[in-house]
Design a binder for this molecule. Structure first.
Ligand code: PEP
Length: 251
């Protein structure tokens, strides 16, 4: 089943987050054609989770700290997020890599923490414009994947979801063409096959992320190796996010 994530990033306040969650409960709460998960700001996780509890819309956190507890001011650990109602976490979002200096090695630690504490991870990978233009896309994605997945077996990775998000397409209004995205997804899946085997790679869901909107979602998700979307800006409007989840259901 395709999976669509809504990354609300650092937007909204408590009232608007609760309103958005309530609207999504009405529009998608009993929708089972595609899996939907929202990632509200951590400050509103509990309230959003309460609004969506018992519905088919899952709730996750946008990031976790690699360690379970300790003197790490402002950190939110995987067990803390889980106890607040999160069942998913993003790991390695490009904004974490850019703004907070998350290295490939740090992303790997976070992935291990998520798996250890029972949060389902969406591992984000993607190349910058410079890396694409200089023909390094495949190498960059392989490096990001290999570092994150090092030492993990298919059994340990369980429900892992990948999100391919070209950095040049995030929040820019520029989307990878379906051909560009499909080609990259196929190469990512082939690489996963070589490391973790055919059965795991075939079952692995790989989302596309980068300016996915209601008008381009269906075309992207019609590609054979695109199994959903990770959505930023358009996930802040219940109507737009609902329409993207419905497009994912038809594939
Ligand atoms: C994202 O944040 O993962 C994202 C893809 O954002 P946007 O849809 O706004 O490009």
């Amino acid at each position: 089943m395709n999976i669509v994530g809504g990354n609300w990033k650092m937007n909204g306040d408590l009232a608007s987050s609760e309103t958005l969650a309530a609207e999504l409960r009405r529009s998608l709460g009993s929708h089972h054609g595609a899996e939907a998960v929202v990632f509200p700001p951590a400050a509103f996780l509990v309230q959003v989770q309460r609004k969506l509890a018992g519905s088919s819309v899952g709730v996750g956190v946008q990031d976790i700290h690699p360690y379970a507890k300790g003197a790490y001011t402002s950190g939110i650990s995987a067990p803390m997020a889980a106890s607040a109602g999160a069942t998913w976490t993003l790991v390695g979002h490009s904004e974490r890599r850019t703004w907070f200096g998350d290295s490939d090695a740090r992303v790997a630690e976070k992935l291990h923490a998520a798996l250890e504490h029972g949060l389902k991870p969406i591992l984000c990978i993607g190349e910058t414009l410079d890396e694409r233009q200089s023909g390094r896309t495949v190498d960059v994605l392989r490096r990001q994947l290999d570092t994150a997945l090092d030492g993990l077996t298919a059994a340990a990775l369980g429900d892992l979801v990948l999100a391919y998000e070209p950095v040049w397409a995030i929040g820019t209004g520029v989307t990878a063409s379906p051909q560009q995205a499909q080609e990259t997804h196929a190469s990512v899946r082939a690489h996963v096959t070589s490391g973790l085997g055919d059965a795991f790679a075939r079952a692995l869901r790989i989302q596309y992320g980068g300016s996915v909107k209601p008008h381009n979602a269906a075309e992207l998700m019609a590609c054979p190796d695109i199994d959903g979307a990770l959505v930023g800006g358009a996930s802040l409007k219940a109507l737009d996010f609902t329409s993207i989840v419905r497009a994912a259901s038809k594939q």
